[in-house]
Design a protein around this ligand. Structure first.
Ligand SMILES: Cc1cc2nc3c(=O)[nH]c(=O)nc-3n(C[C@H](O)[C@H](O)[C@H](O)COP(=O)(O)OP(=O)(O)OC[C@H]3O[C@@H](n4cnc5c(N)ncnc54)[C@H](O)[C@@H]3O)c2cc1C
Ligand SMILES: NC(=O)c1ccc[n+]([C@@H]2O[C@H](COP(=O)([O-])OP(=O)(O)OC[C@H]3O[C@@H](n4cnc5c(N)ncnc54)[C@H](OP(=O)(O)O)[C@@H]3O)[C@@H](O)[C@H]2O)c1
Length: 277
């Protein structure tokens, strides 16, 4: 139990502290590891509401809250978050300014429905994201249960430029480790929209197509499936979309025309989505 929770058990949040900060790309992308209230429970794919006390005269009262997906797994003792810096944003610049030991507040409840419970088991799990939308999938990928449910895990990560491919090494390491055990179970497809991709950055890619493009354009042209070496077949594929809302909307329409739809009234679907703004 943290100090704040002990003193005022009726508040909806606990006070936690940053333990580690990783800068992926200066002034744009960073991750934080933070202490975790042992009572805080979540499923991979869910998000926390993080609060910051932005009024210097009230350092114990969070004044601004934002949603952040958990990167860490439910059985890790700390929480991990991956964030963009929106220069004009009210929240992400002060969040980026935190260092080890600084306080932040976390709502006691985890939220969100971008979880694998949404799907019946399938052959291929497609985890499609832009930017920090990758966060929600990292928690799933770090969870061994995900690897037992699907024969192939296809991670599509679209960013503007290669230095924004955060967690690339962890994904490649997973692909190598699990690839040896089960014949390439993880397929990692990084995509850059504003410069061609250096093929060395994606050694597992199934073809030599590395031109600059958006995920939506690659799906329409058939190149997304070529790069992944897998087919988006609605009977066997389960698809998640996370990140830029315009990408989510466009992908939903493209995938809808191919037979993908979210679940309804308790009937599991083959598509699940989350918008980040
Ligand atoms: C369910 C959910 C989960 C989220 N998880 C994450 C996460 O894991 N990591 C993360 O960085 N953000 C995440 N976000 C977004 C986050 O809550 C904040 O919006 C973001 O950190 C920016 O806060 P801000 O106050 O600086 O700017 P805001 O005023 O909140 O946003 C200003 C503008 O910045 C842009 N923007 C906001 N968030 C992003 C983003 N993530 N990537 C690119 N552009 C963005 C949009 O154009 C937005 O209109 C999530 C949002 C939701 C709804
Ligand atoms: N130099 C910088 O870029 C910089 C520096 C510091 C902070 N920031 C902040 O970072 C934020 C942007 O973060 P981000 O680049 O991670 O997010 P983003 O703007 O959502 O872009 C991420 C990826 O999504 C693609 N995309 C955008 N709309 C799409 C659509 N409709 N369909 C398919 N793909 C689409 C982008 O392609 P396109 O490239 O084709 O749009 C890009 O490859 C901004 O708020 C900005 O303030 C940017």
């Amino acid at each position: 139990m943290t100090e704040a929770a002990t003193q005022t058990p009726d508040v909806r949040y606990t006070r936690q502290a940053v333990t580690q900060k990783t800068i992926w790309l200066d002034e744009k992308l960073f991750s934080l590891r933070v202490t975790r209230d042992p009572a805080f429970r979540f499923e991979p794919g869910q998000f926390a509401r993080i609060g910051l006390a932005l009024d210097p005269t009230a350092p114990d009262t969070p004044s601004e809250w934002r949603a952040y997906s958990m990167v860490s797994t439910p059985d890790e003792s700390e929480l991990e978050f991956f964030s963009v810096v929106v220069p004009s944003g009210k929240f992400s610049p002060p969040l980026a300014g935190l260092v080890a030991g600084n306080a932040l507040f976390i709502d006691k409840t985890a939220f969100g429905f971008l979880t694998l419970e949404r799907f019946v088991d399938g052959r291929d799990l497609w985890l499609i994201s832009t930017g920090t939308g990758l966060s929600a999938y990292l928690s799933m990928l770090r969870d061994p249960a995900t690897w037992q449910r699907f024969r192939r895990l296809i991670v599509i990560h679209g960013v503007r430029r290669a230095p924004e491919l955060a967690y690339r090494q962890e994904l490649l390491d997973m692909a190598r480790t699990f690839g040896q055990a089960s014949a390439g179970q993880l397929i990692y497809v990084p995509i850059t929209s504003q410069e061609p991709l250096d093929p060395d950055l994606a050694p597992g890619l199934r073809c030599d197509l590395t031109s600059a493009s958006r995920i939506t354009h690659l799906l329409s042209s058939g190149e997304l499936e070529l790069r992944a070496g897998a087919t988006l077949d609605p009977d066997h594929a389960r698809v998640m979309l996370c990140g830029n809302p315009a990408m989510v909307t466009e992908m939903r329409a493209l995938l809808g025309a191919r037979g993908f739809a979210p679940g309804r009234r308790g009937i599991p679907g083959n598509l699940a989505v989350e918008n980040y703004w």
